[in-house]
Write a protein that binds this ligand. Structure first.
Ligand code: ZN
Ligand code: ZN
Length: 363
């Protein structure tokens, strides 16, 4: 068990809020793990202590109110869930305004009642006691005034139905994969969208790899469902995040790049798709070698994209080279005949559409 810092009299809620907020800010640049190390060093706390405080503030499983929902009415900073040893949980903004903390239990009760009064249909039967965890469905944000009963609630114009709001990101990812494997992609997509509700793909990177992989899976499922337009930012965010968190040639970053390439291809951004597949070929080559199946598969798909984009000769030459390399390295693999048929189709399309390419011997 990692050692924690012994509690000190200097620990005030304001100090805890500062440590948590500083860590979350840095996490958007370099990931949570690295951010915890840096802030622990700066504050002379043990990394385990910083990790514990941050994880309490971020965790959705037992949060009184969903993280990211509460803001201070005075200074407009996020309200952070904090707990001093031996005390009850409280919410406080990053200490810029000098306000008093608010009891987390009281806030939870007031918000639960508001949700049940305003949108009872968004709280599933049997979940009334957890009504506050469904607040992200109907509520955009809550500005917390002086007390727990002085709340300024901004309701969403179009409420969202949430799927399992108290699942951790790691469990959510497992759940979504199981749903997708069982032929229920819609449930998987709903669960992933709920988990990503408070992430901003236009902002920094994902704080951890589970969150970034959730965005990859969302992109993959949306492409399979024929709905790639809305997930372009998520696929890009997943790839940026996993490159930074795990390295550019990690399996996870390459999965995200493959998803990004597929999203661009399905959305008709063929130039961007081709550039992603070219990158993917490079990363796969570095990680697994030039003749590895993922490398050759990416090469074959790049050829299809080039052909779609009207670059017929480059496409046919690339695919012919890939078919030959595949046959040589993986003579009995089922993708070999599939690639050969794709090459035949490509040549036939050129003939049918009377492209009149100069005939070359290399394809
Ligand atoms: Zn404040
Ligand atoms: Zn052609």
């Amino acid at each position: 068990m990692p050692s924690r810092t012994r509690p000190s009299a200097e620990w005030t809620l304001a100090f805890l809020a500062d440590v948590v907020a500083a860590t979350l800010e840095r996490a958007a640049e370099r990931g949570l793990h690295a951010a915890i190390g840096v802030v622990a060093k700066e504050t002379s706390l043990s990394p385990a202590t910083v990790a514990e405080w941050v994880s309490r503030a971020r965790a959705v499983q037992a949060a009184p109110v969903p993280p990211g929902l509460l803001f201070c009415h005075d200074c407009d900073q996020p309200m952070i869930l904090l707990q001093l040893p031996g005390c009850e949980q409280q919410y406080l903004c990053r200490p810029s305004c000098g306000r008093a903390p608010v009891s987390a239990a009281l806030l939870r009760d007031v918000i639960a009642k508001a949700v049940l009064d305003h949108t009872p249909h968004l709280v599933p039967r049997g979940k009334t006691a957890d009504a506050a965890s469904y607040a992200l469905g109907p509520v955009q944000r809550v500005a917390v005034g002086r007390t727990a009963s002085d709340l300024h609630i901004a309701w969403r114009l179009i409420p969202r139905q949430l799927a399992k709001p108290t699942l951790s990101m790691a469990s959510r990812l497992d759940y979504a994969r199981r749903q997708a494997d069982a032929g229920n992609p819609a449930a998987a997509i709903e669960a992933l969208r709920t988990g990503l509700l408070h992430s901003d793909p236009a902002g920094g990177i994902a704080p951890d790899s589970a969150t970034a992989r959730a965005a990859t899976l969302l992109a993959e499922l949306a492409v399979a469902e024929g709905d790639p337009e809305g997930v372009v930012p998520w696929a890009g965010w997943a790839h940026r995040s996993l490159k930074a968190l795990l390295g550019v040639t990690s399996a996870e970053a390459r999965d995200a790049l493959k998803a990004l390439a597929a999203v661009h291809r399905r959305a008709g951004n063929l130039t961007l798709a081709a550039s992603c597949y070219s990158d993917l070929i490079r990363q796969n080559t570095e990680a697994e070698g030039p003749r590895a199946l993922p490398t050759l598969a990416a090469q074959a798909t790049l050829a299809l994209v080039l052909h779609q984009d009207g670059q017929c000769l480059s496409a046919r030459q690339l695919l012919a080279r890939t078919v030959a390399a595949h046959l040589h390295a993986h003579p009995h693999h089922r993708d070999g005949p599939r690639m050969s048929r794709a090459l035949d189709r490509m040549r036939n399309t050129c003939i049918e559409k009377r492209h009149n390419h100069e005939s070359t011997s290399s394809d």
